[in-house]
Write a protein that binds this ligand. Structure first.
Ligand code: NDP
Length: 400
């Protein structure tokens, strides 16, 4: 049916590529293009012969718009799947505009020198994408991604007005290391060491990092400590769910992770300010990334489950209603299927599904859109079919 150019060949991309190859009825041909071409070639060698999808590989520096344009002109994809890092979002969007190609990603733009992610840079492309007749789907991972689809689904089927949303992201997996991050360490540490915030009554309320802690009894997992973080989907959901009064995001962290993080912060290792080291400028956080375990290597070691979902409180037919929708994933099962742990799996599967929605034109709305702006039903069906089945509860425990 269509061709996808996939940029990046890390943990998330690897899962998405496996899933595109399982879905060869939609993905006739893919090109895996990344900075380190040997990784793309190794993945192609692993998958070829097991799929009908034709696989090409290429080397590309996604910070370079001209290189991207020439790759797109050469491969002529229906869609570019940006599974590199948030720093590349704008260059890839520029190349998509220049070649009139659809775009999708899993994380919003973040400038390299400021640990601050916001949609404003990508939303600024809205008019140009609309005029070019192409669609940009922003944030098609799990959170952001499935959490936005869950919100649109709750709005469509269960509520007249959604007033409160709590997004709960629990990873109860154990990889056996005292400290490691489940996805790109630099992006992960920038996210969790930043100030927290939530949206309430039309404005942001800022908190100190990890200031707000709650304990939640997660289905199929049990009680875990979770902490309030700022997270990118809060920004778009606060706009797109019209009746919202408060929206918060919580993520679980174990004590060992937090103690190590505090220590690394205290000694300056999480800083993104370059320092002089033996005549060379280095960024401490980038050096830390180089010495930490590669997230892709955690797959065979990680055991346990993840549970990510949303609790909604609002009104239906004049009555108060609560609704919890979530997915539970098992690290070992993800590894057995695609050779990756559940954090990459829960992001890579929705990336493939988002790409499928655009390639099949199930979703076709020129402009730049967050995922909750589309019809959630076909995506919800695809989650059940492609490995992320969801469950619901109409009487969940609430977070105070
Ligand atoms: P990895 O670090 O494992 O992979 C990133 C890939 O991008 C690598 O293959 C890397 O190449 C490539 N890359 C980096 N810079 C460039 C460049 N300039 N040109 C070409 N390729 C480049 O990251 P993850 O797979 O863990 O994360 C991928 C994305 O997914 C991130 O944006 C992350 O924020 C997002 N994410 C989203 C989640 C969600 O739920 N929405 C959850 C988790 C992650 P090389 O191999 O050479 O380093």
């Amino acid at each position: 049916m269509g061709k996808a150019l996939i940029i990046g060949c890390g943990a998330v991309a690897s899962v998405a590529i496996h899933k595109c190859c399982q879905n060869s009825g939609v993905f006739d041909e893919i090109c895996i293009a990344s900075r380190t071409k040997s990784k793309c070639d190794a993945l192609k060698a692993k998958l070829e012969g097991k799929t009908k999808t034709k696989i090409k590989t290429a080397k590309v520096d996604a910070d370079n718009v001209e290189e991207l344009i020439s790759l797109i002109n050469d491969f002529k994809p229906d869609l570019v799947m940006n599974l590199a890092l948030p720093y590349q979002d704008l260059t890839i969007m520029d190349a998509c505009l220049a070649t009139k190609t659809n775009y999708m990603d899993t994380a919003n733009y973040e400038p390299l020198d400021t640990a601050k992610f916001e949609y404003k840079w990508q939303w600024a492309y809205r008019k140009r994408f609309e005029e070019a007749g192409i669609t940009a789907l922003l944030g098609s991972g799990f959170d952001p991604g499935v959490t936005g689809v869950f919100s649109a689904y709750a709005q469509k089927h269960h509520f007249d007005e959604i007033e409160f949303i709590d997004i709960l992201d629990c990873n109860a997996g154990d990889h056996g290391y005292p400290f490691a991050t489940n996805f790109n360490p630099e992006i992960n540490i920038r996210e969790v060491s930043a100030k927290g915030s939530y949206w309430q009554d039309g404005k942001w309320v800022e908190t100190e990092p990890m200031e707000i802690k709650r304990v939640y009894n997660f289905p199929e997992i049990g009680e875990k400590d979770m902490y309030l973080l700022h997270h990118e989907e809060l920004e778009s959901l606060a706009l797109n769910i019209k009746s919202i009064k408060r929206i918060r995001f919580f993520m679980t962290f174990g004590q060992s992770y937090l103690t190590h993080l505090k220590c690394l912060e205290n000694v300056g290792m999480t800083s993104i300010e370059p320092i002089d080291f033996e005549g060379k400028k280095i960024v401490p956080l980038q050096f830390l990334k180089a010495v930490l375990p590669d997230p892709a290597s955690l797959g065979p070691r990680t055991k346990g489950k993840t549970n990510i979902g949303c609790i909604f409180i609002g009104k239906k037919d004049g009555k108060q209603k609560t609704y919890y929708v979530y997915n539970v994933c098992t690290h070992e099962e993800c590894f057995a299927e695609v050779g990756s742990q559940a954090v990459a799996y829960t992001t890579g599967v929705p990336a493939m599904i988002g790409a499928m929605m655009l390639i099949t034109k199930t979703w076709n709305k020129p402009g730049v859109h967050n995922i909750e702006e589309f019809d959630p039903d076909p995506f919800m069906d695809a989650l059940n079919k492609w490995g992320l089945p969801w469950q619901e509860s109409f009487n969940p425990a609430l977070v105070d």
